[in-house]
Structures are given as structure tokens and as C-alpha cells.
Ligand binder design. Sequence first.
Ligand code: GLN
Length: 540
Amino acid sequence: MKFIFVTGGVVSSLGKGLTAAALGTLLENRGLKVALQKFDPYLNVDPGTMSPYQHGEVYVLDDGAETDLDLGHYERFTSTKLSRMNNLTSGQVYQTVLNNEREGKYLGKTVQVIPHVTDEIKRRIHNLAEQSKAAVIITEIGGTTGDIEGLPFLEAIREFALEAGIGNTCFIHVTYVPFIKAAGELKTKPTQQSVAKLREIGIAPNIIACRCEKPLDKELRQKISMFCNVPLEAVIEAKDVDHSIYEMPLMLQRERMDDLVCRILHLTTPAPNMAYWQEIIRKLIAPQHRVRVGVVGKYIGLQDAYKSVYEALIHGGVANDCGVEIVQVDAEEIEKHGAKSILSGLGGICVPGGFGERGIEGKILAAKFARENKIPYLGLCLGMQIATIEFARSILKLDKAHSTEFDENTPHPVIALLDAQRKVTKKGGTMRLGAQPCQLTLGTKAAELYGSFVIQERHRHRYEFNNAYREKFEKAGFIFSGTSPDGKLVEIIELKDHPYFIASQFHPEFLSKPHQPHPLFKGFIAAAHQTIHHKPLYVI
Ligand code: GLN
């Protein structure tokens, strides 16, 4: 078994997660089974309780783990199935160590960062290796080299490499080579200093991936090679991609990173066949069609808050050979200026998940605009609840209909707390989470799109459709196209006489990949594109 560690230097947001994921794509295509894992040095037990402003999206796994959004990249770029084993935070490490201490497991010893905390970190790498039976484990260390809170993780991987023996580990350091405008050139000093910092800790990187805006010429590569003590071929240019993050595997392949990693790890494998991936890129760069869709949310200024939604929309585009221009719409702007002035001209409208009251009325207006003007609508979790409230108010004439999340005293609680949530007081990890089965109703658009009757989709919510209103809705033409197998929880709804109005209580965006676009996104983009061109709906 081989181990790759990905660290980061100089600044955060360098795309370490993407580098790890893209390397994963290449290694998988060389026939190697790959497992990916992320270590986050913060003290939160998981990101589930963190604000999107702090952390971006919370990515949910099948087993209900609420994890870092880099795990989304891992799943989108590779075929690995992830579980809570694949994301470790300092909070979890300390929780385990302190529990062990209270249980007397350390037999009277003084409990210390080294060895107890570092041993726990190493144990998590070994655990993943055992469970995944992967040939290569890629572990990404969050944060930046030099951060105090990251030190135990770096110490742990240093020790791990020592124990794993020569030829079994490979350290990749992702760093930044800034372009200084005034000097008109790229500068290597921050990289040199960051590598020096890493070497101080005892880690000598095998490969340096240099994030840069401009090409890294031979002279600069030589300089980095010399001062950072890595062979010239191990200085990898990771220039900003031109069009799409999915170009990353091809870019790393051009730089021969996978080849080098295999040589360092003594792995003999054939070169990867990336033809199918190239076709995806072709569709992203030069699609036959184009469409603009709006995403109506409240964290619109934040690139990372709806990461998986944006990616899944793009995948839906790949499935239709259609470039997707995503217009990020602030729900509060709709409240101020009206839906028509803001949403006109869009091929489709998507209302993603969310919590809290801000922007809710704007989202309801967006759903109304989509329903009335026959613009394709895709509601995701909160987006389904919004569509329900809008239908109750406009069609059932229940003026004050609402979700009890936003109005506890509404006379018409069409969305209400799940029974299982009534006694829940703790916030962390207590929502209805993870993969749950859903049974689709024969003859619905949802069943047609999925092409099957029982599906598994990932959830993250506390509120649900209130069954007391089911009959009323049904009589007015609201279709329940998917429920939990016992029929009790509404999972998907749709409207008839509309080109595409589908909303789910689950988050389909977490299961979409560029090479396996999710059916609901595929259908949504097909409909959005057709609507714009005034053609009949393309049947999938
Ligand atoms: N706030 C809603 C709930 O808890 C929706 C959650 C979501 O969109 N993820 O049910």
C-alpha cells in the first residue's frame, strides 16, 4: 500500500483538494484503486455547525457524515465512495483522545500531543487503508504550512512516512508562485520559504506543485528545483485552468505528475486513458448549445456556498452538450425589485438548500415566477419546501401558509418539523442525514428521468412536507412523485402542465459527476435549453 500526502504553502485556497482529486483521477485511470482523505486542523468536530461564510458548503456523504467540500471534489473526480472515515478534524482527534483518557485507556500516562494526538491521526490513516483496500491512499492536510494548529498533523505524517519505509510515501507540496505586476515576473521566494518551513518540521517534499497565473519557465523551475531541493521534473506547473476545474487531471498529466508519483512509489502501471475525460472537456469548452440558469440563494457572493449545486448544473450541461452560464441571484434582490425584472430571460431557475429566514420571500417569488411563466424549476431541499409554500399560497389560497422553521405560528404549516426532530436539542450531526431510500411514483417525470423506481439520495434537513395537507395539494394537481418506502415522507414533488417543475427534499447535487450527470440536473438543463429555444421538451 502506498501513501501520498498533499500539503499546502504560502496561502490557503490554492486548490489542494482539486490537486488531490485530479491526481486521483489519473491514478484510477492507471488501474489503481484510490482512497482519498482530508484532515482539517480546526477544532469543530465537523463543519456541520459552521456558517457557509466560514466554511462554504457542507458536503454530505451516504453515511450521513457532514464533511468538508473537498470531499465533494474527491467524489466528483474519482469513483471512490467516501464515509466519515475520510474526513478527520482536530475536534474529532481531541474528542477521541479525551474520551480515551476519561476511560483510563492511557494507563496513568501523561496524555500529550506527541504521541497520543499524533498516534490517533496515524491510526486514522491506517484505518482507511485497511477498510478501503486501496492501492494508494491520498491524504490532504488542510490549512497552510506554518499554522500552529496544523503542526500535529504534519508531525503525524512525518512519523507515518518514517514507519512506512522508503518508496511507500510521496509528499506533494502545493504552493503559490505569485506574479508581481510591478516587476512583471513570477516570484519563487514564498515557495522557497514555505518549503523551508516544511523541512524544518522534517518533511522534504518529493513534488512541488506551483500554482501560478502565468507559465512557469525553465529558469524558474530550475530555481525552485535548486532552492527547494527537488529534481527539476518534480517542479510541476499548476497554472490557473482556462475554462473548468475538470481540466486539472489533463493539466497534471501534461506535467507528468502521475508518472512521477508512480516512479516515486515504485508502481508499475500503464499510462492513463483519458479519452472520455477529454470529451467532457470538449463539451465544456466548445458546447453545441448554451443556456443561462439562475440560482436563487442567500449566500450568493460566496463562491463555495453552493459548490455542488453549481457543479451539478455544469454536469447537466455536459449531458446535453450545453454550456451552462450560472447567474447567481440574491433572493433579497427579488424581494426589492420583483421577480420579473431579475429573472426574465433565464432558461431555468434553481432554488438550492438553505436555513434561516433571510431571503425566503424572494425565493418564494422566484418559484411563483417559474411556475406561472413555465420556466423550468429545480428545487433542492429548501427549494422543495419553497415550492410547496408557494403552491399553498397561490393555488390553495392559504395566504399565510409557511414552514414552521420561519413562522412557528402559521395557521397553515404546510412544512413542519420532522417527528424524529421534536426532541432534538443538540445541533451537531442531528438532522435527518445521509442516504435514504425513496420510492418513485409510476408515470411521473421523476420516474422517467431516473429510469428506476427505488433510488437512494442524500439528505440534510429537519423539516418536511406536512402530510395533513397531502390530499388538498393532490386534488389541486400537485404531484407527489417520490416518497420514503413507507409512504410517510414526501421526497419529490412535481407539477403537471409545466415543462419542468421538479423539487426534491434530498440533495441530488451530492451524487452528480461530470461523467455521470445526475438525472434531475440532466433533465433540468435539457428543459431549460428547450424552453429558451421554444422547442418541445426533449424526452430523456
Ligand atoms: N432548512 C430546511 C430544513 O431544515 C432545509 C434544509 C436544506 O435545505 N438543507 O428542513
